[in-house]
Design a protein around this ligand. Structure first.
Ligand code: ITT
Length: 202
């Protein structure tokens, strides 16, 4: 049957479709179904992923899959974290959000390397309310000025420890898996998805 991808973020949707592709899942996005966007009232990635998947599953009467994710900066005690989308304002200006991260770090007087991680919580909810939850994380460093124009959101300022370029310099396939061994996931989203695939799709 069909699976709803409960996101309104085009960058995320693209990556989730790429990850789902090999599994032959028939997926439709929340945007295509005109589902309303619930307010993200939780204070954890896990809580917001569950909230979004639950809302979509109930509204569509289909299993739904949601992603809540964000950038957590050590020098900012984990901010922007669950507020990563909101730091980009109503207009979703991530150039400005990356600059805001830089100025907040400067205010704290932190010195490089600026340690950070991307975290992703995935939730799958069935119409009967059953839920499965997964998490993935990738550690790295922030790079200023931003590098690369690929990807989305904070990709141009994040360099994973495993590679010598930012996510903004990577195609989605490079962001998902380490070179040489397609089975080693790289991004927070690919790592969470790998756990999901193992539990729900294999
Ligand atoms: P949905 O809730 O509709 O899925 P959203 O953009 O509001 O879309 P989140 O609340 O999870 O999603 O916000 C996460 C933000 O963190 C997102 O807008 C990105 O800017 C950032 N982010 C998450 N994963 C990222 C990635 O792989 N690369 C760059 N930025 C990322």
């Amino acid at each position: 049957g069909k699976l709803v991808i409960a996101t309104h973020n085009p960058g995320k949707l693209w990556e989730l479709q790429q990850l789902l592709g090999p599994h032959g899942v028939d997926a439709v996005s929340a945007g295509d179904l005109n589902l309303p966007e619930p307010e993200e009232t939780e204070t954890t990635f896990r809580g917001n992923a569950a909230l979004k998947a639950r809302a979509a599953a109930m509204a569509a009467g289909l299993p739904a899959f949601a992603d809540d994710s964000g950038l957590c900066v050590d020098a900012l005690d984990g901010a922007p974290g669950v507020y990563s989308a909101r730091w980009a304002g109503e207009t979703r200006d991530f150039k400005a959000a990356c600059e805001l991260v830089r100025t907040e770090i400067a205010k704290r007087g932190a010195r490089p390397p600026y340690r950070a991680n991307f975290t992703c919580a995935l939730a799958v909810v069935w119409p009967d309310g059953h839920i499965e939850e997964f998490e993935g994380r990738v550690d790295g460093e922030l790079v200023f000025p931003p590098k690369g124009d690929k990807g989305f959101g904070y990709d141009p300022i994040f360099k994973p420890d495993e590679l010598d370029k930012t996510f903004g310099e990577m195609m989605s396939a490079e962001k998902h898996a380490l070179p040489g061994d397609g089975s080693r996931a790289l991004s927070h989203r690919a790592r969470a998805f790998q756990a999901l695939a193992k539990a729900c799709l294999d």
